[in-house]
Design a protein around this ligand. Structure first.
Ligand code: 2P0
Length: 349
């Protein structure tokens, strides 16, 4: 089959050639967290978020148009995607088709480089790669800002994975189409800051509460949510200043308090949403001990029990050994800042 990977298809005659495309995207870890949507259909977050894209665990996704097929077909690491995952991908393809004025079904083949069961499979890298590949395959000519908006419709954190290094996702304002336009990601240029992020995978199993369900319950029932959302605005302002001066201690302190505050809002939800487990707390204690010993190390956690620790690259080995010892049975991997999402080149096909 003829394949074509150009995003910049210029006219209808060329667009018919845009039959398949492959994109690669990396996960990101938020230093200022997104938690909670003010519009679930349009996927508009309540708060701005700011993240570091990682150089590990890419997702590679191929979207191939199949005009003769009866329906879309979605595979994840070679197996048919079941349940909610498959439904979210098909709903996303419906959106891309609507924007492109096309109707053909597609096959979607997604591969995660995450070691099987590492508990870090990411909807951020997944929907960033899918947005880029699907836009190219269906001949949608989108700039990175528009691609981030599109990726946001799959998963809010995916908007940030369109970009490499550090990126902010704006919550924006307004309602309907105006809100959709106003919520997008963009790079935060920080040329001189290249920390290590040591990830302690304390539990590779699936989480009990999805982030989608967890954040809905938090927004609806947690009396602490509004206070965290307000304090997160101040955290973001301070974070941008700390990044601009490449101040690891300030970046780490702000990221840690922002994440712990987010988890506090969840714990106050009714019933509580708790992602931390005993090994999580053991790793958080190890981070405090490292700091007491003079090693700058700061923790952040997402919708799961695993802990990500920001530190100087020169300290990463010691930090990794300390975290591993604190949670026996865990695996530890170190990431650095990583690249933007991109389409495969001719040579990579
Ligand atoms: C983040 N998380 O900013 C936050 C911090 C988890 C905690 O984005 O419903 O998979 O698809 O928008 O993006 C995880 O939630 O949720 C997440 P949806 P998503 O990285």
């Amino acid at each position: 089959m003829r394949t074509e990977h150009r995003l910049e298809a210029v006219g209808p005659a060329e667009r018919v050639l845009d039959r398949a495309a492959t994109a690669v995207a990396h996960p990101n870890i938020a230093l200022i967290k997104y938690w909670g949507k003010r519009d679930e259909r349009l996927m508009i977050p309540y708060v701005d978020s700011l993240s570091m894209t990682l150089d590990i665990f890419p997702t590679t996704t191929t979207v191939r148009l199949c005009p003769d097929a009866a329906a879309d077909s979605v595979t994840l690491d070679g197996a048919p995607a079941r349940g909610e995952v498959g439904q979210r991908v098909v709903a996303f393809l419906d959106l891309v088709r609507q924007l492109a004025g096309r109707t053909e079904p597609a096959t979607v083949d997604t591969r995660n480089a995450v070691p099987t069961g590492a508990g870090l499979a990411s909807s951020a890298s997944g929907f960033a790669a899918l947005a880029l590949a699907a836009a190219a395959a269906y001949g949608l000519d989108l700039d990175p800002t528009a691609l981030s908006r599109l990726a946001r419709r799959g998963s809010v954190s995916a908007a940030r994975s369109i970009f490499g290094d550090f990126a902010i996702c704006h919550a924006g304002g307004g309602t309907g189409a105006e809100a959709d336009l106003a919520s997008y990601a963009e790079p935060v240029p920080v040329p001189d800051f290249d920390p290590a992020l040591v990830i302690a995978v304390v539990n590779a199993g699936p989480k009990a509460v999805s982030s989608r369900g967890g954040m809905r319950r938090t927004v609806e029932t947690s009396p602490l949510y509004a206070a965290w959302a307000t304090s997160s605005k101040a955290d973001l302002t301070e974070m941008r200043a700390a990044l601009a001066r490449s101040d690891l201690d300030a970046v780490g302190e702000i990221a840690e308090r922002n994440a712990l505050g987010m988890h506090a809002t969840m714990l106050a939800a009714r019933p509580a949403v708790r992602y931390m487990s005993p090994p999580t707390v053991a790793v958080l204690d190890a981070v405090l001990r490292l700091r007491a010993d003079g090693v700058p190390a700061y923790a952040t956690m997402d919708a799961g029990p695993n802990v990500k620790v920001l530190c100087h690259p020169a300290d990463a080995e010691r930090v990794a050994a300390t975290l591993g010892a604190a949670a026996p049975g865990s695996s530890v991997v170190t990431a650095r800042r990583g690249p933007a999402a991109r389409l495969w080149t001719e040579a990579e096909r």
